[in-house]
Design a protein around this ligand. Sequence first.
Ligand SMILES: NC(=O)CC[C@H](N)C(=O)O
Length: 735
Amino acid sequence: MAITRFKALELAQSRATAVVKIPTEKVSDYYGNMTFNDEVMRSLLSPEAYLKITTAINTGSKIDRDAADEVAAAMKSWAISKGATHYTHWFQPLTGTTAEKHDSFFDIDLSTGKAVEKFKGSALVQQEPDASSFPNGGIRSTFEARGYTGWDPSSPAFIMENAAGTATLCIPSVFVSYTGEALDYKTPLLKSIELIDKAATAVVKEYFNRDVTKVVPTVGIEQEYFLVDEALYNARPDLMMAGRTVFGHAPAKGQQLEDHYFGSIPTRVNAFMVDFEIEALKLGMPVRTRHNEVAPAQFEVAPTFEEANLACDHNALLMDLMSKVAVKHKLKVLFHEKPFAGINGSGKHNNWALGTDTGVNLLGPSSKPKENLRFLTFFVNVVKAVHDNADLLRASIASSGNEHRLGANEAPPAIVSVFLGSTMNNVLDDLENMKDIEEFQLEKGDNVYLKLGINKIPSLILDNTDRNRTSPFAFTGNKFEFRAVGSSANSAAPMTILNTIVANQLILFRKEVDAILEKGVKKELAIMDVLKRYAKESKKIRFEGNGYSDEWVEEAEKRGLSNMKTTPEALLVYTRPESIELFTKYGIYSKEEMHARYEIELENYIKKIQIESRVVGDMAINHIVSTSLKYQTQLVENVKGQKEIGIDPQYFAPTIEMIKKISEYTSKIVLLQNDMTEARKEANNVENLEERAFLYGSKVKGYFEEIRYAVDKLELIIDDDEWPLPKYRELLMIK
Ligand SMILES: NC(=O)CC[C@H](N)C(=O)O
């Protein structure tokens, strides 16, 4: 009997729901109480230091030494009062996960020889972790291994409880090389936020509202994930090593009845959700929504939107937090984009908008014509930016995991398009057919907004917007939802790209409008003239139909839209001269940084497929073939026995067929596995990174499906008692 699997099943089935400690106060009383937030700073800092830090938060200005010392002292005493013994610069290197190196507050005072708790401003502002092992894409050589973490005051420091009952003060930080190049996700994101602030503020100020002095991109990040019992997870080497199952026959009941989506949340899962949400709320993450997703064992958590930097930090922290809280519930969280074949994958839908410091959402339609011209301006500019830079957006979400998800089982295709909804689609169609400005000029005195048709945009577009789940980039009434982002991604990467391309577009827009204004044209007409042209020029990116259909693939090709199915192909866009020119122009990435990122992503891709390939080989040979041959021997014995006692051969002929099938599949697996190892060796010997990535993505990965096919067939033949791996029906049926 397959001992590990059955032990795991027994354990999984006998789990009790974990007890969750619920705070006695209401959420609004404990929300953010583990963060060094504005309220705490106001109460602990001198008015001067408080002013300095809030100015730094709002404008990005530098904090002087004295103020830093005061903030550090306040942070230390606050953190110690919350049980912290250590502090860490918490950052997001290009590994895709978060990083921390805890240092103790405790130190020996050299003059007195006594123990003291120390934390100076210098330690708050900058640290030098021994960071030689983080990916750097050739930026640092090991002998120049120094990397620096630098405090980001715009994201509040927070307390992370350790398992042992102590806690650590975490200081959100950037991570840069000795020579100043960004080695993380946060640095370019912050730069892109500053860029879009400037670009969008200029447009609003100049054409619509002089009072606006700041625009911030906001994001609400929906996180999808799967939950698997810890014991079953541990019995699946593929889940442990690669985060996804490489084998597993589809269960009789998968998601075909659609009875999981929004269904009653399983008790154990519900306890887990309540537990991690409480911890998230304490850390100031505004989590509000929880539900069952489409696939069995798939769920979702979503916060309300926040300023983009905070939202991205919070999502990275939330993923870490969820994995930690899951331990108590004997669950494992799978953030992989496609943990199970044949059912839905997981996304991380990024709901993006632009908000002004006067409280206006620039992507929210209004009933007032003047405001609607502003809305239309930003709306059309976003569509144009996506049209002109669709390939960059595709590159920003490229990963080995997302390669399995895009275009498979209810996930958006690899073709970038924009869904507008019928109302806005009609508005853009009308816009294209609008009169030329010269004609308008002649009809002075009339209500320009009425004439332009802007009054037609219904104020209640929010309620009218039809949803389209098949689109990678959809307008949802007052924001754009970038749905193609993968569930395991760090949102900062796609958000950096999105902010930059829209900022660039807004800068171009202003130039074009200003050029028309110089000719003495009325402002509204000049704006509409440019928007009209944009609507026309970006038409091909608009798609309202079914993005999952084969017809769309054909239609997109006719329209000349790219369909980059593989990661290496998508990433190559980063090396295009026009991409480099765009990012270096605004200082978001230097040429070296872009190249480093490209290399890191490619290497990541290669390594992930390499790991998967090894897991496939190991499981196929050591688990599947060995088990199958043992079972086959039993069948052979059985047939021999039947023969011996004189049973009519027609009765054991089907058993002989089974024996033959086992031979067929096992031999196939062994041969394919040998060839796959050879393909890996061949790829490893290729110097050129691009070629190696291409070989891994095509040749090596090319064996996965064939091997899987044979393994999954064997799963249907081999005695269930002997099958070593928890089956899909067992992994997916969470209580
Ligand atoms: N209900 C949904 O929105 C499904 C989304 C899907 N899981 C994705 O991969 O994006």
